[in-house]
Structure formats: C-alpha cells, structure tokens
Design a protein. Sequence first.
Length: 226
Amino acid sequence: MKLNNKFIYPTSTRSLIDGSRHYDMGDEKLPSVTTILSATQSEEKKQSLQRWIKREGKERAEGIRDLAANRGTIMHRVLEGYLTGQGHADLSDLGTQAGMMAQIVFKEGLKDRLDEYWGTEIVVHYPGLYAGATDLAGIYEKRESIIDFKQSNKPKKREWIEDYFTQLAAYAMAHNYIHGTNIQSGVVLMCTKDNYFQKFIVEGNEFKDYTYKWLRRIDEFYKNKA
C-alpha cells in the first residue's frame, strides 16, 4: 500500500454547539455526520439504548461507553501509525488490548487489500450541510472507497450497523462533491475486544440506497432544527 497525495484535504477545528459536535470550515460551522445521525435516530433505536442503560445502570453504562471509546481511540492511532510508518505504542493494559486489535485489523483487513490511500483521518465536508472525518480514503480491492475502523464489545450482525453504512455514504458524498471522485463503495473493518475480526462492504445499488437514506436524515435534521 502506498500514499498518493492526489488531494488536498482541509484542516479543521471542532467545537461544541448546544452539546453537539460541529466542524469549523472557514466561515461555516457545520454539524458533524455523527451529530446528524444521533439527532435523527429512530424511536426504536432510542428505546433500545434506554433499555440498555436501565439494565446496566447509568454509571456502569457510561463506564462501558467511555472504556470502549478510549480503546477505539488507541486502536485508531496504532492503525494510523502502521499506515504512515511512524508507529504508535501504548503499554497500558488498555493500550496492549487495542494494539492487538489494530494488528488484526491491519493484517486481516488492510494488508494486500489496500492498493493506495489518499490520507488518514481525512476531514470532508459538504458546504452548507455537514462535515466529518473518515479514517481512510483510497483504492480498496480495486475500488475507490471510504474505509472506517470500528471496535466493538461483541460481534455485530450486518443489520445492526446500518448507521455505519449511512456514515460511509455521507463521507463519500462529500468527498465526491469536493474532490470530483466517484466513490461508490464503503468498507467497515471491525475488531472486538476479544480479537474477532469482521469486514463489511457496501457498494453498488446498496451504497446508493444508503446515500438516499443519508439525504433523508439531513432533511429531517434541518427540519427539526428549524
């Protein structure tokens, strides 16, 4: 895999507006993709989350969520180190666990599959609508693709992660608009804390369907905001 600096990606700072993440893109403060997805969750998903919090207890649920977030952050840093050749090591117990997860994602999901990449932690935006940061963009298994790394406490079924696919479609739509690409493929590379690897690919008509779903979520978000 090789780095191809064919695109100039913007830098951006993040800020919180009414408790929601926004990206400062020049004169615009744009809501993040995750902010829009969170604000437009289905009632079923909201209720499922509330049942989980009630079952675990609020304090324990927050601890589980924070631990997973920290583990994911370390895993992402290690993977970025693999790609850039700069390396990243965290010798804490959590860091060791995340490092093993990153190694599995790299070996099973990236090695000999990522032909070239255009950047890591790429900030993309669609003027006037939204912004976000994707883990990787480039040529994956011969297709222009958006790639995201995910950690999980347990294996996922495909139907459980539709928001991940919608997220990939959002990043691709912004990348295509700004950089003139034709990305129609999204890849989720996931590893559980028990080192179980999963790869999910969405492409073709299915990818277009998630693009339409994303457009509906944007419409709902701005209608509610108004």
